[in-house]
Design a protein around this ligand. Structure first.
Ligand code: SF4
Length: 383
């Protein structure tokens, strides 16, 4: 059993915030495994704020890697070869020196099981030449490395410099052919912070090294805003939001800077699917205005895979879940199915990934032409 970070006792685990105790959690880009928690990099906008884990600045383990993989593959949301997996994307950095052995232990265990699921590993850390060979030996998984790069040089916001991720992306993308894929994960884009013409040009240049690029905004939640206020970091927005914030004007400038790029995406799952030659597993093709920047060959792939489910299809898929008994299908269009009656978001992602079709929550309507982003910075009609 490899345990490079301290293993918590049961008592210590029970004292963690409730959400932090849940090591398998469904998020929009995949089923997320988080049995290692804690990170020393200290990005001010870290999602750890929202899990009550901001003070956890050293990684600890909630269980062994072997147990964690068992929990994942036996989870009621997990489907072999279908469910996209995200590894350590919530509470730690997968390539911190102490976390790295756990990252490999999980990847190699999953691969030995001959699973072909997508696996997303998001990092901003330094990768080394040895990583190329080791990741290339994963034969079955569809592995995508997403390199978080923002170009932010304010050390209060990002104490760990962005150029490390840029260098790692270049290193890991250089070998050809290779089995894993690379994505420039350009985020968070924040007006007034990292959106000068020079910032945009630098990201455009860096994108030449990646198999694809995703650009996205900031998750500006209440807990993150409180931290910004308490530490005197200038607040980027006057209000917080449930979804990521990407103002329209900034998006336009990004599209102009990338007008000669063939692989720019608004959605993580679109880029991850594209780099493996597959249709988007989140079914964004229904929200067709998202696709205007996508390569035509990819649009064709997604169009061919796009099937609008019936209400019965949705109920059939939901019937195996323990937490979807009150599901109601409110509406189905070619864009998306709208459902209600689910107590949490997680079963909705199960439906979405199983059907390859957008499933929205009636309580959180999406807005036309806004690409699932927060209201801040947009004025648009509601659909
Ligand atoms: S065609 Fe649309 S849904 Fe498919 S990958 Fe491109 S942007 Fe995403």
């Amino acid at each position: 059993m490899i345990t490079s970070v301290p293993l918590l006792s049961n008592d210590q685990i029970h004292r963690l915030p409730k959400r932090a105790q849940e090591v398998v959690e469904y998020r929009k880009s995949g089923l997320s495994l988080n049995h290692i928690q804690g990170c020393s990099l200290g990005c001010a906008y870290c999602i750890r704020h929202t899990y009550g884990l901001w003070d956890a600045n050293q990684p600890v383990a909630l269980m062994s890697d072997a147990q964690a993989v068992e929990e994942l593959v036996n989870h009621h949301y997990f489907q072999p070869h279908i469910t996209p997996i995200q590894l350590f994307n919530r509470a730690t950095e997968p390539f911190l020196p102490k976390v790295r052995p756990h990252t490999y232990a999980v990847l190699e265990d999953l691969d030995e099981r001959e699973l072909t699921n997508h696996v997303l590993v998001i990092t901003r850390h330094q990768l080394k030449p040895d990583d190329i060979g080791r990741l290339n030996r994963l034969h079955n998984l569809k592995l995508t490395l997403l390199f978080t790069y923002s170009g932010i040089d304010n050390e209060q916001i990002e104490p760990y410099p962005s150029h490390v991720a840029a260098d790692s992306l270049k290193l890991m993308s250089a070998p050809t052919p290779r089995r894993y894929r690379t994505v420039l994960y350009w985020r968070p884009l924040v007006p007034g912070l990292n959106d000068t013409d020079e910032h945009l040009a630098a990201a455009r240049e860096l994108s030449n090294h990646a198999d694809a690029t995703v650009f996205t905004g900031l998750f500006y939640r209440d807990q993150i805003a409180e931290y910004y206020k308490a530490t005197g970091i200038p607040e980027p927005y006057e209000a917080t939001a449930r979804r990521k914030i990407m103002p329209r004007e900034l998006e336009q400038r990004v599209l102009e800077a990338f007008s000669n790029s063939a692989a720019l995406f608004r959605k993580t799952s679109c880029a991850v699917s594209y780099v493996h030659g597959l249709p988007d597993y989140n079914g964004h093709f229904g929200i067709h205005e998202l696709c205007d920047i996508c390569p035509l060959s990819q649009q064709e792939l997604c169009a061919n895979a796009h099937r609008t489910p019936t209400a019965q299809d949705i109920h059939d898929v939901a019937s195996v879940l323990p937490d979807a008994g009150s599901l109601q299908v409110v509406d189905i269009s070619q864009r998306a199915a709208t459902v209600s009656g689910l107590e949490a978001e997680q079963p909705r992602y199960y439906l979405q990934h199983t059907l390859g079709f957008q499933v929205h929550d009636a309580d959180h309507p999406h807005h036309a032409d806004r690409h699932g982003r927060a209201d801040i910075g947009w004025k648009a009609r509601q659909t």
